[in-house]
Unconditional design. Structure first.
Length: 226
């Protein structure tokens, strides 16, 4: 196991990764995504925790989370539910408050983001001490499966226009599979004003504007449900 010590700047633990999983109606997917995360992270030399932020799902997602907590333990599975759906940005803020790692990985809980890529994010971050590592479908052998032509075209178009106008220094601006240093994520969320689809794009653009370093890790994106 890698050496772990306190980070005096923000009270977080060095070489510990807090994985935020915002959920809403993920009853059928939550156990699978958690099992995959545990499987890949247990093979690494890093401490980690999975913080599940459920926004009052009516399908029993939280109950699945409680069972997972019993199986894996409360140090590994951290349940921090909210009463209702309040938005992705506030879910991140809520998760950050309870995160004990000095790095935070955000990903979707619907299986569109495969945890097998997490070690690549960590490797990339350490290779250049990057403030942000963004998953990208648009370099190397990355890609998208399950999207129709129209959705691919919209995504490509949005990325192209933003690259042309803002030059953010990242090839995939609309994805939500990313690794941040904890203090960097806190500061970026505080300055972002967008909601919905544009939120992730603004995060990367502001990261570049504020002088944070950005690395990229190639990923595949799989559309599981509409």
């Amino acid at each position: 196991m890698a050496e772990v010590r306190g980070d005096e700047r923000n009270g977080a633990v060095e070489n510990k990764y807090s994985i935020l999983l915002p959920t809403y109606n993920e009853h059928d997917n939550l156990a699978i995504i958690v099992w995959l995360i545990v499987n890949y992270m247990d093979k690494s030399d890093y401490e980690y925790e999975i913080i599940i932020i459920d926004d009052g799902s009516p399908d029993g997602t939280l109950e699945v989370g409680k069972q997972l907590e019993k199986i894996y333990g409360s140090e590994k599975i951290v349940l921090r539910p909210r009463e209702k759906k309040l938005g992705l940005g506030t879910a991140y803020i809520h998760g950050i408050k309870h995160a004990t790692g000095n790095s935070i990985l955000i990903m979707d809980a619907d299986l569109s983001h495969h945890p097998k890529f997490i070690p690549e994010f960590i490797k990339k971050q350490k290779s250049g001490n990057f403030d942000v590592v963004s998953g990208t479908r648009y370099i190397g052998s990355g890609g998208v499966f399950g999207w129709d032509f129209k959705r691919k075209l919209i995504s490509r178009g949005a990325n192209f226009l933003t690259q042309l106008l803002l030059r953010p220094g990242a090839s995939d601006l609309t994805g939500s599979f990313r690794l941040y240093k904890k203090d960097v994520l806190q500061k970026l969320i505080e300055t972002c004003v967008s909601k919905g689809y544009v939120f992730q794009m603004e995060m990367i653009v502001r990261a570049r504007q504020q002088g944070y370093t950005i690395g990229e890790a190639r990923i595949f994106l799989l559309l599981i449900k509409n």
